[in-house]
Design a protein around this ligand. Sequence first.
Ligand SMILES: Cc1ncc(COP(=O)(O)O)c(C=O)c1O
Length: 391
Amino acid sequence: MKKQNFDSLFVPTYKRDGAPIVKGKGSWLYDADDKKYLDFGSGIAVNALGHAHPALTSAIKKQAAKVIHSSNLYFSQAQIDLAAHLLKNSFGDKLFFCNSGTEANEAAIKFARKKASGTAGKYHVLSFTQGFHGRTYGALSATPQEKFHAGFKPLLEGFHCSELNDIKAAKKILDSHKFAAVIIEPLQGEGGVNPVSTEFLKFLREYTEKNSIALIFDEIQCGMGRTGTLWNYQQHKVVPDMMTLAKPIGGGLPLGVVICSENFSSALSPGDHGTTFGGNPVACALGYEVLKIVSAKPFLKEVQQKGSYLKKKLTVLKKEVSGIEDIRGAGLLIGVQMKEDPVTVVHECKSKGLLVVKAGRNTIRFMPPLTVSTSEIDKAVAIFKSVISKK
Ligand SMILES: Cc1ncc(COP(=O)(O)O)c(C=O)c1O
């Protein structure tokens, strides 16, 4: 296709080039020039079942023929089916549907503040270095990374940041104000695929429980089977009060969820919070299919096996080349920390037909569809190797 400048159409919030994507199948995406890409970004951890999965295309057709939107003024059968299945498969007693990750975190923070609103000054929120929780003001205020704040201040009052995995530092801040919520990704994605220690999560659980503070796990990126268990918190055996979900849960359509214990949901009354589109029936119908497939034990076992396979291959590669500093992550959320800014590596991988996503300052995220095959993993690592061997 003739080279065109599509940038002229959009507010410049993304840097992108190349022909537009027009279709996908399994782990592959195709652009308008029919160039194919092995999609190890999964639309930023969204396409858990890859592209054009038959269960999703069939569910979308079926639900669209029934009802596409009916609002949250009435019960919706598609919402009920997904809600029951999500609660059965998690710690939650009740849930709230919205449209995105940032909205899920906004809602969770509001729920925590509502619960704490009977105690004067109990509105503070703690998050951790390199965390990422979204772009709207509440979630952005809980995202302690200056690069996302620049030009958008003032942020909201009462938000604090502590060093990830540092119990002493967290205790000091927690002791200094009346906190309503602590929000944390049990495995950080956007910030560089940074693991959180079980000891740290256990400390947060004990402290928050003792002081009636909401412990919110943001599993928007690391949940829904991505790390080899349905929820990442299961690997730590630490259960939060609320968990936020988005990305893969809508099967590629916008859907966010706050899963809530009764202790916090009971603070809310009709009219306290709402959304026109949240829990759209078509998105929920897809969510039901994704959850049914991903929550099956044999499926999760395969994610673990394929994740170990990918990690092992990358570890072998680290010994063969000089540019890799570290390899981190769990399941099929693997971060390869490079010695230098990997922006050109990501670009060259795309030229050679492999899509990967930068995270943090110098990490490259490998997060293929959970349905990826081992031969596709082999291909992806071979392309990555050919790019970084030149460096
Ligand atoms: C852990 C985490 N929380 C929240 C968000 C925000 O989600 P959304 O882009 O759907 O608003 C993201 C997106 O990258 C994320 O990775």
